[in-house]
Design a protein around this ligand. Sequence first.
Ligand SMILES: Nc1ncnc2c1ncn2[C@@H]1O[C@H](COP(=O)(O)OP(=O)(O)OP(=O)(O)O)[C@@H](O)[C@H]1O
Ligand SMILES: [Mg+2]
Length: 303
Amino acid sequence: MSAVVEVRQLTKRIKGKEIVKDLTFDIHSGEVLGFLGPNGAGKTTTMRMMLGLMSMSEGDCLINGYSVKTRKEEALQYVGGIVENPEMYKFLSGYDNLMHYKRMHPNVSEDRLHQVTALVGLTDAIKRKVKTYSLGMRQRLGIAQALLHNPKVLILDEPTNGLDPAGIRELRDYLRKLAKEEGLAIFISSHLLSEVELICDRVLILQKGQIIDSQSVREPEAEILEIAFEVDKLEEAAALLRSSLPDIAVKTHGEQLVVEAEREAIPAVNRRLVENGIGVYGIQTVRKSLEERFLEATGGRAE
Ligand SMILES: Nc1ncnc2c1ncn2[C@@H]1O[C@H](COP(=O)(O)OP(=O)(O)OP(=O)(O)O)[C@@H](O)[C@H]1O
Ligand SMILES: [Mg+2]
């Protein structure tokens, strides 16, 4: 997979306060990357900088190799975004709204307009006035608008806000389809981890302007698990693992030896214990869900 977005050491300071600190990450074509964080974490600020809507204090964001800082016009032709509520003219039809936007992007064809309309499932409603649309339909019209100039990257700030479960599901299906069929890179923020788990391939967890965790959602084998070993000589076992397997986090929890490692590491840990004369009476894998990790990472509080 190639990185179509490269965020490097991105930092925002406002009045001496660091709102976003030193963010570095990539977004790949065909990938839906989640941006999860509590209110005030800095999600909108990050996205605004990536879309050239706000200046960067430090660092940069490259889109398709172009710097948003120094080659803004080139960079932005590859990105479509919705930050906060998309601007819509409620008394115009969906079609007229898209036409209005099309005029600002001279390379967009009438065909493309119909194509994006179909892609977000609005073909039947496109001639109706936007004020008659449901919130979900408006969101989809916003996405159609963001897609109109054929971007490689879609940046969506909390697009499911205010949608009901059916609307969320619908949007989710469209976004996954866009990533898969159009090879789009999609960056989507949310403060709801249940939602991010369903839509995204991977998730960055942001807290107080910093990325504190990055997890793959759809590749469980890559997940770090907690594995509890029931052993006879607890302290001796913990000391042994700490000294001989320094890459693996080891702690004791009650009578159990708890190891944080990938599933693949279990036999090696077990062998190490047994070969050193420690009796192993049980091994239990405790898979930590994204929710637990999110709460752990953010301390379960907003700020
Ligand atoms: N123009 C500004 N001046 C001063 N502080 C700001 C400004 N814009 C944002 N902030 C602060 O930066 C922090 C991050 O705000 P931001 O809107 O990026 O968070 P967020 O993660 O999008 O939150 P939410 O989930 O509520 O949308 C907040 O503490 C906010 O008060
Ligand atoms: Mg926000």
